[in-house]
Write a protein that binds this ligand. Structure first.
Ligand code: MN
Length: 409
């Protein structure tokens, strides 16, 4: 029997520039979660740890980060740790794995998988590595596995690679595409993958993404994970246990703000009160709809309330408009010929589409004059050709209103 941890995509040194005020906290969390993961390795007394690529954000991260990582990896010593270079930290000339932290100072239990040569982490187990040598590739990394001909029938065979499974609609041809039947075709007992940040077990129950140990952004709402895998013997189905390792929680709350602001606020407060660990939660609040009035004091107050409760709050207002668009825009456009001309074009388009925008033309007619109802044949042709719909114009006006408000008010 063999027991090991499978992890990937630590992306140490990640800039976290989308959350500038807490970027340092986010960076530190990736190390804290890594340390937690190494403790699991020791506690569970696994035979070895596999890191399936993208241990680092890129090959340019600070030396200090490199040393911190090797220090963290040495914590589970003497349990061996195998590190596969991924597309973020490929084995190129300037690879981070060529620095002294990974040469002269490498802890004895840490092994960088630099070649395609099979490795035996423990007797009876054969590890087939496919280190990544470039940022992108059209080749399936698993076709590079070298299966030794003399390998005993009893050896448990584990492949380790970094890339995207060829699940229709979920991969790109230049993103290290991996055949869905690779494990079966090559006779692997387990295929440890990295690159996708969510925990995923394929239908064959042998091809697995462990997911990142700590989420990297708002689009990864799941907790960070690691896979603890045990395989009884050659040919038996692996037992895959998913463990949580994440320390920060990235959440998105979508909210329609069309109603009474008091109700909107109480709804958001209620939702936020359900958040388990607010001080380690980053929240993106996505507002959409038309607000009832131009007075947004309630939103400023709400933002302050959220700020002191949560680690980080981001309010996405790109789909949020104060009603009416026309009134707001006309106020901003008065005395701004550039903005007026953009609005005029959009109003022309709205007319050409045969569906003037609700509450827009009347308000804007005052600043634009009335000639915007003349429809140009060429404009009509262009709209047909580009497939522009009246919703697109409304969307453009909303975006314009948001930008204009940012810039002009
Ligand atoms: Mn990757």
């Amino acid at each position: 029997m063999v027991s090991f941890l499978h992890t990937a995509d630590w992306q140490i040194g990640m800039k976290a520039s989308q959350v500038p005020t807490v970027a340092e906290t986010v960076r530190k969390a990736r190390l804290t979660a890594a340390e937690q993961l190494m403790r699991i390795a020791s506690q569970r007394e696994v035979d070895f740890v596999l890191i399936a690529g993208d241990l680092f954000e890129n090959n340019l991260v600070h030396n200090e980060a490199a040393h911190r990582v090797t220090e963290a990896l040495s914590a589970c010593s003497p349990i061996p740790v195998y590190v596969l270079p991924g597309n973020h930290d490929p084995l190129t000339e300037d690879s981070i794995y060529n620095r002294s932290a990974f040469k002269d100072y490498l802890p004895p239990n840490v092994h960088i998988l630099r070649t395609f040569e099979p490795v035996a982490p423990v007797p009876g187990v054969m590890l087939l590595p496919a280190p990544v040598m470039s940022k992108e590739s059209f080749d399936d990394p698993t076709t590079q596995f070298r299966i030794p001909p003399e390998m005993g029938e009893d050896s448990i065979i584990i492949g380790i690679a970094h890339g995207s499974l060829r699940i229709p609609g979920k991969f790109q041809e230049n993103d290290f595409p991996i055949a869905l039947d690779a494990a079966k075709r090559l006779g692997l007992d387990y295929l440890a993958l990295g690159h996708w940040h969510s925990f995923y077990v394929h239908d064959d129950e042998r091809t697995v993404y462990a997911g990142t140990h700590e989420p990297t952004g708002f689009d990864e709402q799941r907790k960070g994970t690691v896979a603890h895998v045990t395989i009884e013997a050659r040919g038996s189905l692996p037992k895959i246990e998913r463990l949580d390792t994440g320390t920060l929680s990235w959440q998105t709350l979508k909210c329609d703000v069309s109603g009474d602001p008091a109700h909107v606020v109480s709804h958001i407060k209620h939702e936020v009160s359900k958040v388990e660990n607010p001080s380690s939660t980053l929240l993106r609040l996505e507002l959409k709809g038309h607000a009832q009035s131009d007075d947004l004091q309630w939103l400023e107050d709400l933002e302050d309330w959220l700020k002191i409760r949560l680690l980080y709050i981001e309010i996405d207002k790109t789909q949020f408009v104060t009603r009416p668009i026309g009134k707001r825009l006309s106020k901003l456009a008065a005395g701004n010929p550039f903005l007026q001309s953009i609005i005029s074009d959009l109003v022309d388009i709205a007319y050409a589409l045969g569906r003037p925008i609700e509450d827009l033309p009347e308000d804007l007619a005052n600043i634009l004059g009335s000639d915007s109802q003349i429809i140009d044949d060429r404009l009509q042709d262009d709209l047909d050709r580009w497939g522009i719909q009246s919703e697109d114009v409304e969307e453009a006006l909303r975006t314009l209103a948001s930008i204009a408000e940012e810039v002009l008010s």
